[in-house]
Design a protein around this ligand. Structure first.
Ligand code: SF4
Length: 333
């Protein structure tokens, strides 16, 4: 996919509006919110993809130089701030003639923009999740790697699910508001099972790969949220997914959350088969929603009964207190 995107930039976009640079860094360590993770490394194959792309476009002749486009594929560690600043400066100084102060300001502005994007998308996800809860509907939580957002790779599965009326949530931008995390994980934190709502050490000890860590945490989130259904996507006989398949399935199996997996979706599965799977998922989810509504009705009945019972108790208590009052008024000390 990366090759075709860079090919498109050089041979389509560059012709329409000339490019100066293609910035495709090798991101070795990615920022992560997962608590107590051992490391947050990107998959080494993904990290090195920019180099693979460079090799492909410079094999016979250097197409970047021939087309007047600089290709920036330096290494970045986004978790080590001082190192990150230095790496960015080394990469951009020669291109833009940057001073160190300008580099600092640019990085601060970039970080703020990224944080603002994160806040906006998570707020939208929270709104969508609240609407599901309010209307007793189901949504899909996509358990996949960042590249599964690429329509060239996901076979349009998220879009099709959305067309069927299920909002699709990404594991990278789930809402993490305190009240929501308290509702889903608070009890386990207080019981000492986990140290933080975003801790996965109870289910996964080898937490060194950022995307796998996030996928496992998202599976825990789906398992605890009654309006979410987990759909897992996996490609290329993924070496990072293979060891966590069983863990993910076990996390979900322990709840009543429906789970559907599309494994090895790159292996030329005919479109018809995927469509059929989606129809089956739709059917199962309609049944799951019926049970959700049924549970909602039962909860409503129990809540109504409890409210009536509380009122009766209060009335009874009030009457007893009144009786106590009147008898104590008759006592002379
Ligand atoms: S399929 Fe898995 S192992 Fe291969 S590049 Fe993607 S994340 Fe890495």
């Amino acid at each position: 996919m990366a090759l075709s995107h860079v090919h498109n930039l050089l041979f389509v976009k560059h012709k329409r509006a000339p490019l100066d640079c293609i910035f495709f860094p090798m991101i070795e360590v990615v920022p992560s919110r997962i608590a107590a993770a051992r490391a947050t490394n990107a998959c080494p194959t993904v990290s090195l993809t920019p180099q693979t792309v460079r090799a492909a476009f410079t094999k016979d002749s250097d197409l970047f130089t021939e087309m007047g486009v600089r290709y920036l594929d330096g290494l970045l560690d986004m978790e080590d701030e001082p190192l990150f600043r230095r790496q960015m400066f080394d990469m951009w100084e020669g291109v833009l003639g940057l001073s160190w102060e300008e580099n600092e300001r640019a990085i601060a502005a970039g970080r703020e923009t990224l944080a603002e994007y994160d806040r906006t998308v998570r707020a939208a996800a929270r709104e969508a999740l609240d609407a599901l809860e309010r209307d007793n509907r189901l949504g899909i939580l996509l358990l996949g790697r960042p590249y599964h957002h690429d329509p060239g790779l996901n076979h349009g599965i998220p879009e099709e699910l959305q067309k069927l009326g299920y909002p699709v949530f990404s594991q990278s931008t789930l809402p993490i508001d305190d009240d929501l995390l308290e509702r889903l994980f608070g009890e386990e934190v207080r019981a000492g099972v986990i140290s933080h709502p975003l801790d996965i050490s109870d289910v996964w000890k080898h937490s060194t790969a950022a995307s796998s860590n996030l996928k496992i945490w998202a599976a825990k989130f789906a398992a605890r949220h009654p309006n979410l259904v987990a759909v897992e996507l996996s490609n290329f006989k993924c070496g990072h997914d293979a060891p966590i398949y069983a863990t993910i399935e076990e996390i979900i199996d322990r709840s009543s959350t429906p789970y559907f997996g599309f494994k090895d979706i790159d292996e030329n599965k005919p479109v018809g088969a995927i469509k059929l799977r989606l129809e089956t998922i739709d059917y199962s989810l309609k049944r799951a929603r019926e049970s959700l509504l049924q549970r909602g009705r039962q909860t409503e009945r129990v809540e109504k009964w409890l409210a009536g019972y509380e009122q009766r108790l209060r009335r009874q208590l009030g009457a007893e207190l009144d009786a106590d009052d009147s008898s104590s008024q008759g006592i002379t000390l």
